[in-house]
Design a protein around this ligand. Structure first.
Ligand SMILES: [Zn+2]
Length: 366
């Protein structure tokens, strides 16, 4: 009797399980409903977490790191790079777009399909010691994570199917030598203006020709060159000298052109280079660099050598923590020199002179 009952119960249970399995198979929406429920709960938790946390991006990064450390007690989280971003479902690492502005130390990472909850849904992990601020903004069809870093940093990125990794490297970890080149003025600051010619344009033309020389040298690992501007823009003085200081540059060279104090056309002509007289006598300092620039530029252009000029009163010279030289290539108030400065051939000679000066400075131990 008892055996029969057990048997019947067994058959009954088997039937029930066959029915359950069958109904799941035949009515897949049963699973979907429970999945929807889970998703709804997740969404709710996410929303409340996002609202409750009310943190800045940096605070959230630190919070995520803490959470990860807690979890790591059971299941260690390891990654080699300094930051790890999670890729939204279906997005590959090579679909991310990175733009970097060295002058303001701003890095933007554009992530396709990252919505307004991305930052909460996919916790970012990593070191925040180089990061001054971290923001996230979602737009139509993508999101943008923006970092402002405390130094000029080069990025090394990699990814796997789930994560995108970012390593921050200092310029000297990438290049043997680092130089910052500054084209004077720009944008709504024309500098000296003579006969319809703006100093800002000549300064930039010379720097762009110098850039061509560096770009053509084909050796992209030994000298890293950063430019305060390669367009008609006017970065702040703070940003210009900041690029030199925050990149730990070996040299900072600013390119300008001169005019007489009155601004009137005159016979005064020639090349001058300004330096920081308060740091001038240091070995491999500002004065030595200025002298090298003066000699190499006049050697190429044949312009007259008007000597070195004390420049500590100039903000970018005074504030530079690295050897600095500000080259006043020629006088726009001298007709012959103005004609020269406008010509491409002469600008090329100036660029070659500055290029030679940089190589010589490095050869001499800067
Ligand atoms: Zn100037």
């Amino acid at each position: 009797m008892e055996e029969k009952v057990l048997k019947r119960t067994g058959i009954f249970l088997s039937l029930i399980s066959v029915l359950i399995c069958g109904s799941i198979f035949r009515f897949p929406q049963i699973r979907s409903v429970s999945q929807l429920w889970v998703e709804a709960m997740n969404e709710y938790e996410l929303k409340t977490q996002a609202e409750q946390l009310n943190m800045t991006g940096l605070e959230l990064l630190d919070y995520n790191n803490e959470q990860a450390k807690e979890q790591a007690k059971e299941e260690p989280i390891t990654f080699d790079s300094q930051l790890r971003l999670e890729l939204p479902l279906g997005v590959s690492g090579d679909e991310l777009q990175i733009t970097q502005d060295y002058v303001t130390q701003t890095i933007d990472i554009k992530i396709p399909y990252a919505d307004s909850e991305y930052f909460y849904r996919y916790p970012m992990l990593g070191r925040s010691d180089n990061i001054d601020s971290l923001t996230y903004e979602s737009r139509e069809g993508y999101g943008v994570v923006e970092f402002v870093t405390s130094q000029v940093l080069e990025l090394e990125t990699s990814f796997d199917k789930d994560y995108f990794y970012i390593d921050f490297l200092t310029p000297h970890e990438v290049y043997d030598k680092v130089v910052v080149i500054d084209a004077g003025h720009g944008g709504n600051a024309p500098g000296a203006t003579k006969q319809g010619v703006n100093e800002k344009d000549i300064d930039l033309d010379i720097v762009l020709k110098l850039k061509e020389l560096f770009d053509a040298s084909g050796d992209d690992k030994s000298i890293g060159v950063y430019y305060t501007r390669t367009e008609d823009l006017n970065p702040s003085f703070e940003n210009r000298v900041g690029l030199a200081n925050k990149s730990g540059a070996d040299l900072f060279i600013s390119v300008h052109n001169n005019s007489t104090q009155s601004g009137k056309m005159s016979s005064i002509n020639g090349t001058q280079v300004m330096y920081d007289e308060l740091k001038g006598d240091e070995a491999l300092g500002s004065k030595g660099l200025a002298q090298i620039c003066l000699e190499e530029v006049t050697a190429q252009t044949g312009s007259s050598n008007k000597g070195l000029v004390e420049g500590n009163s100039i903000y970018i010279i005074r504030s530079s923590e690295v050897p600095v030289a500000l080259i006043e290539v020629g006088f726009m108030t001298n007709q012959t020199e103005l004609n020269n400065l406008k010509s491409e051939e002469y600008q090329k000679k100036v660029a070659q002179g500055i290029y030679n000066a940089i190589l010589r400075a490095f050869a001499e131990g800067y």
